[in-house]
Ligand binder design. Structure first.
Ligand code: MV4
Length: 662
């Protein structure tokens, strides 16, 4: 075994590899870009080498810098993780040339799987089933069209150099063929610099089932069963599971054999994944082989009890596979959900930014979280915006799915938008529970999946009100400055809350004798009591004891309930020192952002609750509102201007305070 390895990656996978290395007593060297100076993978490693600016093209993708770091630190081997240089034959060659072990397959195996058409030819020879089609020597338009006409429509055009669905086009009739081929070629040329195409019979509703294979340098080869990765959007996997549901032992044996034959056909070594399309009728076809450890490898680890990174290190060090095929058994069922900094309700736009609050589910043997970030870190726009992987295990699929939903509910992320509520909706969908899976799953159920969960104000309002009441009494928080509280009558106060940009007025009556409050809001009445400890609100609402997490967010707070994240705050919070109601008030920007609109000017008269200025930050709009009737004295910003958080936006004179006191 090696005594020191370098990990040529970042984020969760770098941490994942370091953890196994540590357990095996192997020292680790991290590499990091400028953006990752304080990242978790750097802290976990024994040593770390700075390799350049944030852009991966100038750091994690620069072969010479990685090799130099390994040579400088005396690492004997390099683990490439996934992405970056993991399937780069030039990098594997550079390792070899510098007497460093590349923890991955032999160079010819990487090259063989780099071309779709070459891969198909090899697999065909090895007796691995292929989708009917043409992937031969002559990719001329006429040959492709003849092949399409012969096998019948629909067909799928794929770029030979392709991947990730780029340069892929469905053709439903001969009449469309020429146009679609031209379009596919243009896309392929601009994406890969190569416009050679192949044509296949188009399977309209297949599943994506892939096999984890492993081979050593002593001629041993086996598989560690399959993963179903059918649920994808734009060729990005969303939830993966193992074993595949509705999958017979017989089919497993047939596909497993084919996967091992595929690996042997290219003299494979190390960890690999053979991807298949599985058609409705049970026929399966080789799609491609990934010559790396995959993102979703933990579901395989959960059902086999093996550590695949340990296997990789053993094989790379020249040792034998630690198990035989017959030793391996499937135990239970596992799911992985990929938690991303992205907005599912806005076309999955990445939402890089600061993870202000990050509270994760409690982990144990059956709930595993692989992550490379902690609260306070930035999700950098330079890299894949993954926050973490959530992996759960249970005896059966139904129990594991339950556990997945429960764990997703315990995921509390504030500061940036994540896909957690989308994952939760998906994992709770009946069709998913029934494993009615095909590659069109998300599109087919889009109406259900992209419906933003609505807030149940009956549940949320008393919790939010209670939290704000409890917070107000803490002397050294910003709350001391807030004057939304008015004394209407003895013991009763009024508070305007803003929940997901909607305002509610709560009337709160304190009942000192019972340490409780009576809250009237939105035509409902609640008796509430409770406390807020370590980010958790422990509340009793009309006799119902509840615990919910509330974390500070970029602006205001986030409440986590039933898998939803609800943004709330005291409305009109940022008018500073307006304690003396007759003096000028100063309104400060609650965050860095842009002024989207200015609705008033010097001299404007306003009523309580009127919007004065609209700001936008992190794609969210925030209205700065008048705390009471009054007059605008001065406005310091114009529409379109950038504002630093804390800057004064305008000054305001409140009308007489006479209505404030009885
Ligand atoms: C296909 C197919 C149907 N028929 N090939 C998508 C990415 C690329 N690796 C291959 N892909 C597909 N190839 C034939 N002949 C459907 C897909 C496909 C798909 C495959 C797996 C998982 C999700 C998918 C989503 C859309 C299309």
């Amino acid at each position: 075994m090696f005594n020191k390895i370098l990990i040529a990656n970042r984020g969760e996978i770098a941490c994942r590899v370091i953890n196994t290395a540590k357990r095996l007593g192997v020292k680790t060297v991290a590499v990091y870009s400028e953006a990752d100076r304080n990242s978790l993978h750097v802290k976990l490693a024994d040593e770390a080498i700075h390799i350049g600016p944030a852009a991966s093209s100038e750091s994690y993708l620069v072969i010479e810098k990685i090799i130099a770091a390994a040579l400088k630190t005396g690492a004997q081997a390099i683990h490439p993780g996934y992405g970056f240089l993991s399937e780069n034959a030039k990098f594997a060659q550079a390792c070899h040339d510098n007497k460093l072990v590349f923890i991955g397959p032999p160079i010819p195996a990487i090259k063989a799987m780099g071309s779709k058409s070459a891969a198909k030819t090899i697999m065909e020879k090895a007796g691995v089933p292929l989708v009917p089609g043409y992937h031969g020597e002559d990719p001329s338009p006429q040959i492709l069209k003849n092949a399409a006409n012969d096998m019948g429509y629909p067909v799928l055009l794929k770029a030979i150099a392709g991947g990730g669905g780029k340069g892929m086009r469905q053709v439903w009739s001969e009449a469309e063929f020429d146009n679609e081929l031209d379009a596919a070629k243009r896309e392929a040329l601009s994406s890969f610099g190569n416009d050679d195409m192949l044509v296949e019979k188009y399977l309209t509703a297949p599943r994506h089932v892939e096999f984890q294979v492993f081979c050593d340098s002593h001629g041993n080869a086996l598989h560690l069963f399959e993963r179903d990765c059918t649920v994808q959007r734009r060729h990005q996997k969303v939830i993966e599971e193992a074993p595949a549901p509705n999958f017979s032992a017989q089919l497993r044996e047939k596909m497993g054999d084919a996967a091992v034959r595929a690996a042997q056909a290219i003299d494979y070594q190390g960890a690999g994944t053979v991807e298949f399309l599985l058609d409705q009728d049970g026929s399966f076809y080789f799609m491609e082989m990934n010559t790396r450890l995959q993102v979703e490898h933990p579901v395989t680890e959960m059902i086999t009890g093996q550590d695949l990174v340990e296997w990789q290190l053993l094989v790379a060090a020249g040792e034998r596979l630690p198990a035989k095929q017959a030793d391996l058994k499937i135990h239970g069922h596992a799911f992985e959900a990929r938690v991303y900094a992205e907005d599912p309700y806005n076309d999955f736009l990445p939402t890089a930014g600061k993870l202000i609050g990050l509270k994760l589910p409690e982990t144990n043997k059956t709930v595993r979280i692989d992550t490379g970030v902690v609260a306070g870190d930035e999700v950098s726009p330079f890299y894949d915006p993954m926050i973490s992987k959530l992996v759960v295990w249970a005896e059966t699929r139904a129990l594991a799915l339950n556990k997945l939903v429960t764990a997703l509910d315990q995921y509390n992320i504030s500061g940036i938008t994540s896909n957690v509520s989308f994952l939760r909706t998906l994992a709770s969908h009946t069709a998913f529970a029934n494993a009615e899976l095909d590659t069109g799953f998300i599109e087919k159920h889009a109406d259900d999946l992209f419906q933003k969960p609505t807030i149940d104000s009956y549940v949320v309002l008393p919790l939010v009100s209670l939290f704000l009441i409890l917070n107000k009494s803490k002397a050294d928080t910003p709350w001391t400055k807030i004057n939304t509280w008015r004394l209407n009558q003895s013991n009763t106060q009024r508070l305007t809350l803003s929940i997901d940009q909607q305002d509610y007025i709560a009337e709160i009556e304190h009942k000192p004798s019972t340490q409780s409050y009576r809250i009237n809001v939105d035509d409902n009445s609640y008796d509430v009591a409770g406390r807020y400890v370590d980010g958790e609100l422990q509340a009793t609402v009309n006799g119902h004891n509840q615990r919910v997490t509330i974390l500070k967010s970029l602006v205001g707070y986030s409440l986590f309930i039933d898998g939803q994240t609800i943004a709330f705050d005291i409305a009109q919070r940022d008018y500073g020192d307006a304690q003396d109601a007759t003096s000028n008030s100063h309104f400060n920007a609650p965050m860095n952002g842009t002024v989207v609109d200015v609705l008033v000017e010097a001299g404007s008269r306003v009523k309580e609750g009127d919007s004065l200025i609209i700001m936008e930050a992190m794609k969210m709009q925030h209205a700065i509102k008048a705390p009471s009737g009054g007059c605008i004295v001065d406005v310091f910003y114009a529409k379109g201007e950038l504002v630093d958080g804390g800057s004064e936006l305008l000054t305001f004179t409140t009308d007489t305070a006479s209505d404030e006191k009885p």
